[in-house]
Write a protein that binds this ligand. Structure first.
Ligand code: 13P
Length: 281
């Protein structure tokens, strides 16, 4: 079934966190859903605006809906980190079941105002919304920039943001970073505990899943994370596998691309299964 985040959180209540996996190309879609089916867990497929434009909004959404309707598990399609309100409205109109407005680089007032506008539009269309307070940031080439305490989510800001915007989910900065694949994040569990108490029903979201150890993943789920994002690990692994298959000695122009892409798609399914099994309580 094709659902939004609120439905998925409800369905997964007391069962752990729902995995949100970044789709980088069309090929990854069926493998991600197969992985979730083999574990019997709901799944969130998420794209950047860039991926949506690369594949095309309509074909992407039609494919995800078709796969979801025949799947044994619940599937959401979520727009990840989007700063463009008009693009989010387009995603909602075209059929995404969930969107993230990322106003984390703006002053809090402005982030609240813009997020509220997205929430009003999205909720009127049955679409869920994730917001962000604090700055999760990114890592260049796997070299992680030292974490500035000022980038962490301040619990009082998170509480005000959640109550004034009415978001369904909130990305919080507790020590993870996007694109960290050479080292592991140091998570601030005291902050997570405080955010959990303050945020109540708003689903907490952990970004930067690639740089989180298995042990930390399990602990974050036990301590209340409801959605966990994994992106870089999928992209990195896809590149590793196709680099091997495309350069094998027996490859000729007559070799079917299916044979070369199949192993990478299988690896995507395995990563979804490995990660989603850590997210189960
Ligand atoms: P990673 O690429 O570090 O796994 O993070 C993904 C993410 O948080 C997408 O929003």
């Amino acid at each position: 079934m094709y659902k939004n985040l609120v439905d998925l959180f409800k369905e997964n209540e007391r069962k752990g966190a729902v995995g949100a996996f970044n789709v980088h190309c069309f090929e990854m879609l069926p493998s991600m859903i197969k992985g979730a089916e083999e574990l019997n867990v709901p799944v969130i497929l998420q794209t950047s605006l860039g991926t949506a434009e690369y594949i095309g909004f309509e074909p992407l959404i039609a494919a995800v809906k078709a796969l979801a309707e025949t799947s044994s598990v619940s599937v959401a399609l979520h727009m990840d980190h989007c700063k463009d309100i008009e693009a989010l409205k387009k995603a909602i109109n075209c059929g995404y079941s969930s969107v993230m407005y990322d106003g984390s680089s703006l002053p809090l007032e402005e982030n609240i105002k813009n997020t509220k506008e997205v929430v009003e539009y999205a909720h009127a269309h049955g679409v869920s919304v994730e917001g962000e307070v604090g700055s999760i940031g990114g890592a260049e080439e796997g070299v992680v920039v030292a974490k500035d305490a000022a980038m962490y989510t301040r619990p009082e800001d998170a509480l005000r943001f959640a109550s004034e915007t009415g978001v369904d989910a909130l990305a919080v900065s507790i020590g993870t970073t996007h694109g960290q694949y050479k080292s592991k994040a140091k998570i601030n569990y005291e902050l997570l505990a405080e955010l959990k108490v303050k945020l109540g029903d708003t689903g907490l979201v952990l970004h930067g899943g690639t740089g989180v150890s298995d042990e930390d993943m399990r602990r974050c789920v036990r301590e209340g994370m409801k959605k966990i994002n994994v992106g870089t690990e999928l992209n990195k692994s896809y590149i590793e596998v196709v680099s091997r298959t495309f350069t094998a000695e027996d490859v000729t122009p007559l070799t079917s691309l299916r044979k070369l892409l199949g192993p990478a798609n299988d690896r995507i399914k395995e990563i979804v299964k490995e990660k989603a099994s850590l997210f189960k309580l």
